[in-house]
Design a protein around this ligand. Structure first.
Ligand SMILES: N[C@@H](CCC(=O)N[C@@H](CS)C(=O)NCC(=O)O)C(=O)O
Length: 228
């Protein structure tokens, strides 16, 4: 299998939250893959323009885009390997976790880390990234960077739903991690690898859960160093 991901100027610094979800899903199932991280501006050239975004997974002749669709594909194609959802209810509820991550966590992490992400990129990507992100966020990267400590101070409040779940169970998936955990892990790992400010407090149960996620599957999450 080939997993196309995203990297900065240093190819070892791969940071896409959605790609990290898939890395954890592939490891969870014990499947072998090669990670091919590319620059933002090279994504449209991958697999004859198959997708404007990564992750893209090639499994033999099959191409799949979108992290959730890739997880569903892996679950349906390799049903005898450890489950990512534990049934229909698990699939359905993972969509809620995806929604929470993308509508609450991602916008906050974007504001905190967007200028740092820019600085990790190769020069050609920086031009593209500044243009698209400043248009999307209606602020300059410098304005966003100057607010990042305020944003980071407000960030822990947003994690209360996760703390609530972790009072009853060690993982969102219950006794063990499922794709729902990897969805959230992707967001926190994206922040860990890119942001110059640490967004998780040392005594936060979410930090404890995140450290346990980093230890999973041969500590693959620790193979890329933290930015802060
Ligand atoms: N819904 C998609 C989102 C994928 C996505 O937005 N990927 C970003 C990288 S994290 C990307 O490829 N962006 C390309 C660009 O901004 O040009 C998924 O879950 O895979």
């Amino acid at each position: 299998m080939i997993l196309y991901g995203l990297c900065g100027e240093d190819p070892s610094v791969h940071f896409s939250p959605h790609v990290w979800k898939v890395i954890m899903a592939l490891r969870h199932k014990g499947l072998d893959y090669e990670l091919h991280p590319v620059a933002f501006t090279d994504i449209p050239k991958l697999e004859d323009g198959f997708s404007p975004t990564v992750p893209i997974l090639r499994d033999g002749d099959v191409l799949v885009r979108d992290s959730f669709d890739i997880a569903l594909y892996l679950e349906d194609t390799y049903p005898d390997l450890p489950s990512l959802f534990k049934g229909e209810g698990g699939r359905a509820m993972a969509r809620f976790v995806e929604g929470f991550s993308q509508t609450v966590l991602h916008p906050a992490i974007t504001k905190i880390a967007v200028a740092d992400i820019h600085n990790l990129l190769a020069p050609t990507d920086r031009v593209y990234f500044r243009k698209t992100r400043e248009a999307r966020l209606s602020q300059t990267l410098e304005e966003l960077a100057s607010n990042r400590f305020t944003e980071a101070a407000e960030f822990p409040r947003k994690l209360e739903p996760i703390r609530h779940a972790l009072k009853f169970q060690p993982w969102l998936g219950g006794d063990g991690p499922l794709f729902a955990d990897y969805i959230l892990f992707g967001a926190f790992q994206w922040a860990r690898v890119t942001a110059s400010v640490d967004i998780l407090k040392a005594d936060d149960p979410v930090r404890d859960w995140f450290e346990r996620c980093l230890d999973l599957h041969g500590a693959i999450g620790r193979s890329v160093r933290a930015a802060a």
